[in-house]
Ligand binder design. Structure first.
Ligand code: NAG
Ligand code: NAG
Ligand code: NAG
Ligand code: NAG
Length: 327
């Protein structure tokens, strides 16, 4: 692996806006957001959702990807999950070359074989997906190879009853990637226009969302206590949009879940944020959402629970503040 790859490696972000006060934020919306949508109707009678979150995984099973996948299968069964979210860097080192690239099956279909994981996977791209054929992972033809693989666009929304998931393409934000000739910017360049449109659509969709939980998913963490530290481009451009739809009553929480394969970077950075939990080994995260409560758990490579965290959404007086970071 080239040193350049090391620097670009393994970054994830998952943001939760707990929006008990969503109704208060709402202005009637006519102009529908341009972001494409997937309807994922909850199947549990009470409308609750169970989800697994993983990122930074596709390495043909190596670096414990297979072990993590097996444990995801076990936990997925236990929680009767509705779907899986991938926070990007789906296929290392350079994404896939085309929709029939064998790397896709070797790193996805042949690895996540458990029954419980035969559910839709909603994915964003990471920087490593962008240094291959970035469009191939979005191509509907990929679902002929594996029907689970649902990245219908670089940024899109999953509406699932009590929760709306906003999958945001964060790679184009990162200025220094634009100096690297390996990145596939088809449909993205020029950067400024792309980002301005994306943020406008995101803001519009977040504001219009009536779901008790609004969850923004992207590859790069905004705030991180690990090697790369905070991401200045996302702090400047994306964070203000998220702050605008959060409020004193509906706090913004930053969570990171990568760890699908290679881990143990061992690089930490001091941060002023309150860090609720940090672990830089392999693993994944589960989210159980009800209308009033989000229950998160972080699992290690052996499927043991490392940390649990519960957030309440119902009371307008909720003042949960915490951030869980995971590299
Ligand atoms: C894989 O996990 C085992 C524990 O099950 C650990 O001993 C080993 O170091 C891990 N390998 C890598 C490459 O992280
Ligand atoms: C797809 O990519 C693989 C891996 O690079 C390559 O071997 C194959 O020839 C490509 N197939 C097509 C149809 O371009
Ligand atoms: C991009 O490359 C140019 C020319 O080598 C350099 O001057 C500039 O600082 C680089 N920008 C970033 C953000 O890395
Ligand atoms: C990183 O971002 C967080 C959240 O915006 C902020 O609280 C923290 O101070 C930042 N850390 C550094 C080192 O700038």
């Amino acid at each position: 692996m080239a040193p350049a790859h090391d620097r670009l490696r393994r970054l994830v972000l998952l943001l939760v806006v707990a929006t008990a006060a969503a109704a208060l934020l709402l202005a009637p919306t006519t102009a529908d957001a341009a972001l494409p949508r997937v309807q994922h109707t909850p199947t549990k009678a009470d409308g609750s959702l169970a989800i697994l979150v993983v990122g930074d995984w596709g390495r043909r099973g190596q670096f414990n990807q297979t072990l993590v996948a097996q444990q995801m299968g076990v936990v997925g069964q236990k929680l009767d999950i509705d779907f899986v979210i991938s926070t990007g860097d789906n296929i290392y080192d350079d994404g896939i070359a085309n929709t029939s690239d064998p790397l896709f099956k070797e790193s996805f279909s042949n690895i996540y074989t458990a029954n419980s994981l035969q559910k839709p996977w909603y994915l964003v791209l990471g920087n490593h997906d962008y240094t291959g054929n970035a469009l191939a992972q979005l191509d509907p033809a990929i679902r002929k190879v594996d029907s689970r693989y649902t990245a219908i666009a670089k940024s899109f929304i999953v509406n699932s009853g009590i929760a709306d998931f906003f999958l945001v393409d964060t790679t184009p934000f990162i200025v220094h990637y634009w100096n690297n000739t390996k990145f596939d910017w088809r449909g993205v360049a020029p950067r400024d226009t792309y980002i301005a449109n994306l943020l406008k659509d995101l803001k519009c969709a977040l504001t219009a969302s009536k779901a008790p939980w609004k969850i923004v998913v992207g590859h790069h963490p905004i705030s991180s206590a690990c090697g790369h530290g905070n991401n200045t481009e996302l702090e400047e451009l994306l964070l203000p949009v998220l702050r605008r739809v959060s409020s004193r009553d509906s706090r913004l929480q930053l969570l990171t879940s990568g760890g699908g394969s290679k881990a143990w970077a061992g690089k930490f950075k001091p941060t002023l944020d309150k860090v609720e939990f940090l672990y830089d080994g392999q693993g994944f995260m589960s989210m159980r959402l009800s209308r009033t409560e989000a229950r998160l758990a972080f699992f290690d490579v052996a499927g043991s629970v490392l940390h649990c965290w519960t957030m309440h959404a119902q009371k307008l007086t909720t003042t949960t503040t915490a951030a869980a970071a995971r590299h």
